[in-house]
Design a protein around this ligand. Structure first.
Ligand code: MLT
Ligand code: ZN
Length: 426
């Protein structure tokens, strides 16, 4: 980084390269240096006395999950790309995933960071304290900054007790209103034991059958909404099973669910999870689609989906909103597949208009246009439409203070300085 600074070469930090917003992809100029963190791959320490892990940026998320488990601890960040994404990227994008409703996102799991600045100095903020009120919380600036302020090279992260048992259930529901009601009930019944509450819309189910025929959908009928619910239990497996059975019984009796299945074994639970975790790939295999990664108050999601589906149908009759996501924390992947037998190029050409339509609805319901995937290049310009001008100015001031030469990941998250006027950034 010192050399890049000396020669004024823009640097694009890159971890596992699994991001979905182009945040770790260089521009087309051929003049940016891609800096891989993959060789920073040591787990420096698992400290069970303080429930912390010190890891380098290039450690693959799953490797940390496994190391924590060996030490009888849990590192709860969990997402479909965990086998190849790296912790540096997870932190740079403030990754979310499936356990946010219980443990928070990457931001909430971080106690300290080591960061290389644009001029090549190393800031070692790895103290790992749970309390530290000695001024601005600088680590939080870097988390979610998508490599635009500094390069995260290591982190001190929180560990948690390993649950004694985990049980997963899949429930077929009458609709999203029922799903939100079930979420409220499950939160009350399971408290901190509720560690995942994922939702799958009916349009996703045939995609699984088509592209992953080995996966078995457990219900004869496809309900409008299917929910995957996970319970982590600190007593024992029998207790977990009882508690989850009670939630399922309530859902059936109250008319929220029409069917349900509880994972009978670890392998069975994994198979239920595989249905949820294969959705993104199934959509990619299905063909052209436009992704949206939005956050809303969970109570607003049913009305949002009704309104957004309606506008999508009017905009492109036959387009297939095949949404799924993390209902437990209000994050929906409102992805829209091109109409069957349509010209995919024509659909893609209208992508910006479709984004505008969906994101204006998101704004009307008080939501965010980027919940967990970050802005990168994909949402960078759209964000200007929805962020308050003062917020944008404050973000710009931070960028100028920490990266005055604009060497780190230029043109990601915020438009590059030279194009800001064109975008009417105040
Ligand atoms: C997921 O929840 O599966 C991911 O965020 C991927 C996606 O949105 O496609
Ligand atoms: Zn997701």
């Amino acid at each position: 980084m010192r050399l890049a600074h000396h020669w004024r070469v823009p640097v694009v930090p890159q971890g596992g390269n699994t991001g979905m917003s182009g945040g770790a992809t260089p521009d087309g100029s051929g003049r940016q240096l891609v800096l891989s963190t993959r060789r920073l791959n040591r787990i420096r320490r698992i400290d069970t006395a303080n429930d912390t892990a010190e890891v380098e940026a290039g450690v693959v998320l799953q490797a940390l999950q496994e190391a924590a488990q060996v030490a009888q601890r849990l590192f709860p960040l969990s997402l479909a790309a965990e086998g190849s994404c790296t912790l540096g990227g997870n932190l740079a994008t403030n990754a979310g995933g499936t356990a946010v409703l219980r443990y928070g996102n990457a931001r909430d799991l971080t106690l300290g960071l080591e960061v290389v600045t644009p001029s090549g100095e190393v800031w070692s903020g790895m103290r790992g304290l749970r309390k530290d009120n000695t001024g601005y919380d600088l680590k939080q600036l870097y988390i979610g900054s998508e490599g635009t302020l500094g390069i995260i090279t290591a982190a001190a992260l929180k560990l948690f007790p390993l649950p004694k048992a985990r049980r997963t259930a899949l429930m077929a529901l009458s609709g999203l209103v029922a799903a939100v009601a079930l979420l409220e009930h499950a939160r009350g019944e399971l408290g901190a034991g509720l560690t995942a509450f994922e939702v799958i819309s009916a349009r996703c189910v045939p995609l699984l059958a088509r592209h992953f025929p080995a996966l078995r959908w457990p219900f004869a009928q496809t309900a409008p909404v299917t929910v995957l619910l996970e319970l982590s239990d600190y007593e024992n497996d029998a207790h977990a099973r009882n508690v989850l059975d009670r939630v399922l019984e309530h859902a059936l009796e109250a008319g929220l669910a029409v069917d349900g299945v509880v994972g009978e074994s670890v392998a069975h639970s994994r198979a239920l999870w595989a249905l949820r975790e294969s959705l993104s790939e199934a959509q990619a295999l299905e063909g052209v689609h436009v992704k949206h990664d939005i956050a809303l108050p969970t109570s607003a999601i049913p009305a949002f989906v009704a309104a957004a589906e309606d506008s999508v149908e009017r905009f492109a009759p036959g387009a297939r909103p095949a949404w799924f996501g993390h209902l437990g924390d209000g994050n929906l992947h409102f992805n829209v597949l091109a109409p069957m037998a349509s010209d995919p190029d024509r659909f893609v050409a209208r992508q910006s208009e479709l984004n505008r339509l969906v994101h204006d609805q998101v704004a009307a319901f008080g939501g965010s246009i980027s919940a967990e995937h970050g802005l990168g290049q994909l949402r960078r310009d759209e964000n200007v439409r929805y962020k308050h001008p003062l917020e944008l100015r404050m973000m710009q001031a931070v960028k100028e203070a920490l990266d005055p030469l604009e060497l780190l990941n230029p043109g990601k998250l915020l438009p590059a300085r030279e194009s800001q006027e064109a975008l009417h950034i105040p």
